[in-house]
Design a protein around this ligand. Structure first.
Ligand code: ZN
Length: 105
């Protein structure tokens, strides 16, 4: 079953700007969409979607280990994807871990 037509953005704010904002599922701060990494779930596996081209529900995350850690601890991805059970996040963790972290060369 596919649940469509429900906006993931739970802020309730109207969006009139040309620069869309999303809430990071880790630190819960709002940021410009292009500063966040889109993550989606494909058959129970969390996959990074840097180009935003994959279908399905997406969650947005600062591509930083700290935010990923927070998101994993509060099971934010399961909630964002409206899933239950467990998600395989190994690929996402590898992806984020391989990115250069700002301020920590
Ligand atoms: Zn964040």
């Amino acid at each position: 079953m596919t649940i469509r037509g429900v906006d993931l953005d739970v802020s309730g704010r109207t969006r009139g700007r040309s620069c869309p904002e999303r809430t990071c599922v880790g630190c819960r701060k709002r940021a410009a969409k292009h500063d966040l990494l889109r993550v989606t779930a494909v058959e129970g596996v969390c996959v990074p979607d840097p180009r935003g081209t994959l279908p399905g529900r997406g969650a947005h995350l600062h591509p930083e280990p700290g935010c990923l850690d927070l998101a994993l601890r509060r099971r934010a991805f399961l909630r964002a994807f409206r899933l239950q059970g467990t998600l395989d996040t190994a690929a996402l963790e590898r992806y984020v871990g391989a990115l250069p972290v700002a301020g920590h060369p």
